[in-house]
Design a binder for this molecule. Structure first.
Ligand SMILES: Cc1cc2nc3c(=O)[nH]c(=O)nc-3n(C[C@H](O)[C@H](O)[C@H](O)COP(=O)(O)OP(=O)(O)OC[C@H]3O[C@@H](n4cnc5c(N)ncnc54)[C@H](O)[C@@H]3O)c2cc1C
Length: 377
């Protein structure tokens, strides 16, 4: 749910700290570096080392959390916390990304409508600032740095530890929803869609030009398995959709959360090359959503820019998978959409942008830019 890996490290705003930490593996062209910048090898802090992922609790009232190194992959955090029957409840679609890497953006997926982005669920951070100081910060302690670092694209310093809230691993309930607009060529089998179903969907998409697909996840355990299908049926009765086009599939909790990695691995091995993701993600104000055809859990004090004018906004993600032959087609499509938004005066914010000019960066951070500069200076 981002710009493609081949541009995963945005160009930093001018006048900010030139030290992009290098976290999870993405293709080389993913990284951009300002003049005289340095690359920090985050994995050397101890990726995968058990003592860098610690589950603990406060005494009273009981509050569970995990202290994870900024270099740790979310998939390892998930495995470690599940040993305690606990889990973070907000994810990105892909878990082979680092804790520091997603917290420097926002960390969004189909749970954000209920729990907010990952950055809204952090208790405390250790940050190495541009001056070389190691500072612990939280909502109460060094709060300007805390809010500044979260969603600031790595410009305030390096997150070396994050204390992330945990909850009991879900046994029941509806906890994930994402909508997708699909054209025939975008339809492929996935953890939600079997190969047989994807053929049916492709025909439908071809017939109508495009279709809207709603993905949801309902958690259950063996004891409640029989009830979950009844609940699902009553939920589906409230929705309007083409008869015969509701598909269900049972997968494990980890299997569900790690689905994108599994699909990418499958596709790369079939096509014998890395899957590219020329993705575009926009935050659009509610009033302008129709032009393009959550309750707010985003903390406005954090650096991550969101639309200014309205309390409710939509996340639009264009998330195709591409090869080296056709990624430019998608890139052009994204430019056309952005031009359309500009022409129509739609005040969107791009998630994971790749701006080049100072003017574009100033517009992106908008009114947050002054507070960001105050923390840096
Ligand atoms: C396949 C794929 C799927 C994705 N899906 C989602 C998604 O569903 N939702 C979503 O929100 N995002 C998603 N992303 C985007 C992701 O949040 C960003 O690309 C993130 O920066 C990746 O983290 P990384 O560990 O790969 O960092 P890298 O690509 O190695 O680093 C990217 C940048 O992050 C910053 N950074 C990294 N580590 C730290 C640190 N310790 N401290 C401070 N800054 C740091 C730096 O600015 C660095 O230049 C996805 C990315 C990919 C490649």
């Amino acid at each position: 749910m981002t710009s493609r890996p081949s541009s995963g490290s945005p160009t930093p705003p001018p006048g900010t700290s030139p030290s992009p930490p290098e976290a999870a593996a993405t293709p080389c062209e993913a990284r951009s570096l300002p003049p005289a910048g340095v690359v920090v090898d985050m994995a050397s802090l101890g990726r995968g080392r058990a003592d860098r992922i610690n589950v603990s609790s406060d005494d009273a009232p009981a509050r569970w959390y995990v202290d994870a190194g900024g270099e740790q992959l979310w998939i390892d955090v998930l495995h470690e916390t599940l040993k305690h029957g606990l889990t973070p409840r907000w994810w990105t679609d892909y878990l082979h990304l680092t804790v520091g890497g997603t917290l420097s953006n926002a960390g969004i997926s189909g749970q954000a409508f209920r729990h907010g982005p990952q950055i809204s669920n952090v208790y405390e951070l250790d940050v190495i600032t541009g001056k070389g100081d190691m500072i612990t910060c939280s909502h109460e302690k060094n709060s300007a740095l805390f809010y500044g670092v979260l969603g600031a694209l790595g410009q305030f310093g390096i997150i070396t530890r994050a204390r992330i809230s945990l909850e009991p691993a879900p046994h029941r309930g509806f906890d994930y929803v994402e909508g997708r607009l699909l054209k025939g060529r975008d339809v492929s089998s996935s953890s939600f869609i079997s190969e047989e179903a994807s053929e049916k969907i492709k025909l439908l998409a071809d017939e109508f030009g495009a279709i809207f697909l709603l993905e949801g996840a309902v958690y259950y355990e063996q004891a409640t398995a029989s009830m979950v299908y009844q609940e699902l049926e009553s939920l589906l009765k409230q929705l309007s959709f083409v008869p015969g086009f509701a598909f269900t599939k049972g997968v494990s909790y980890i299997g569900f959360l790690d689905r994108v990695h599994e699909e990418d691995t499958k596709q790369s091995s079939t096509e014998h090359e890395d899957v590219l993701h020329p993705w575009l993600n926009l935050f659009l104000p509610k009033s302008r959503i129709r032009d393009l055809e959550s309750a707010n859990k985003w903390d406005d004090k954090m650096s991550a820019p969101i639309p200014d004018e309205e309390e409710v906004f939509y996340t639009i993600g264009l998330l195709p998978s591409a090869t080296r032959e056709d990624w430019e087609y998608f890139d052009k499509q994204h430019h056309d959409i952005l031009s359309f938004c500009h022409q129509e005066g739609i005040e969107f914010k791009q998630y994971l942008p790749q701006y080049v000019t100072e003017m574009d960066w100033m517009k992106h951070f908008g009114r947050k830019r002054d507070s960001i500069l105050r923390v840096i200076c």
